[in-house]
Design a protein around this ligand. Structure first.
Ligand SMILES: [Fe+2]
Length: 280
């Protein structure tokens, strides 16, 4: 448990990150000034508007049909046997690294090779294929996710990885901090949420997770944290133990869909290319 003065430090850290993020947001005038050419303008329109239009429409309709307001975060546990089964399965799965290879039907991270190398020094991903173990996990946690998200949903990506202790913040070629261990927003199109499953305890040894001004801790493995990943959050590295995490990315849908159809992810995938893929 955090002491009172630690809690105020955590709050202060979040406020600073938020202020910094707001200062970095470019004004509309500055955005217009930054346009270099007609093709640059078209590329920006495509990246910001056309590419995300299906997600914006999907989320608008889902929010008007179902409850608009979703809690910032929601926690629940999977049982110890489930944690054991998942750990055994991951430990027998093929180990992978980030490569920036395109995953069919999915969008991915857009890091350069140097950034990937830095991430790969500390993190190892597990191969995820459609499997009865993940199918069962999804069915077990579905009611708790439903309670949080207040609408039907699709699972648009499932990833799993392990992180070495003492992972540092990584920096890109412009000196900007990158990676999970600094306050950031994931910047996914609207309608996306995450459910993180921590298979190890959330403590000083294995690391913790912070969403805005709240640090999540757990004496045992199996804590599931659903949260809006466009809120400021950061991973707090552990001091001695490896951290094993399953990351489930959710997208609100307007009607019930097959939630098992799109989950297999790769180290390079984050969510579907277009919202309609969840319905077909
Ligand atoms: Fe994140």
């Amino acid at each position: 448990m955090l002491k009172k003065d630690q809690k105020s430090d955590v709050y202060e850290q979040f406020i600073q990150a938020k202020k910094l993020g707001e200062n970095e947001k470019t004004s509309i005038l500055q955005k217009i000034k930054n346009v270099e050419s007609f093709s640059d303008l078209m590329e920006k329109i495509n990246r910001k508007i056309i590419k995300n239009a299906s997600f914006v429409i999907n989320n608008r309709v889902a929010s008007s049909v179902y409850r608009k307001k979703i809690l910032r975060h929601h926690c629940f546990y999977i049982d110890d046997n489930e944690v054991k089964t998942l750990m055994e399965h991951l430990n027998s799965s093929k180990q992978l690294k980030i490569t920036n290879e395109q995953t069919k039907g999915k969008r991915g991270n857009e890091n350069n090779e140097e950034m990937n190398d830095k991430m790969n020094e500390n993190q190892t991903w597990f191969e995820i294929k459609k499997n009865v173990i993940y199918d069962n996990l999804i069915f077990k946690i579905k009611p708790s996710i439903q309670e949080y998200i207040k609408s039907p949903f699709a699972i648009v990506n499932l990833n799993a990885w392990k992180t070495k202790p003492n992972m540092k913040v990584v920096y890109d070629e412009h000196g900007n901090s990158r990676g999970p261990n600094r306050f950031h927003q994931d910047g996914y199109p609207p309608g996306h949420y995450k459910c993180m499953i921590y298979l190890k305890p959330l403590d000083d040894d294995h690391g913790k997770i912070q969403v805005e001004d709240k640090i999540f801790e757990s004496k045992k493995g199996g804590l599931c944290l659903c949260f809006n990943n466009n809120l400021y959050h950061q991973s707090i590295p552990g001091k001695s133990g490896e951290r094993h995490v399953i990351e489930i990315t959710l997208m609100r849908t307007i009607v019930k869909v097959d939630i098992l159809k799109n989950y297999p992810g790769t180290p390079d995938s984050i969510h579907l290319k277009q919202a309609y893929q969840a319905y077909i």
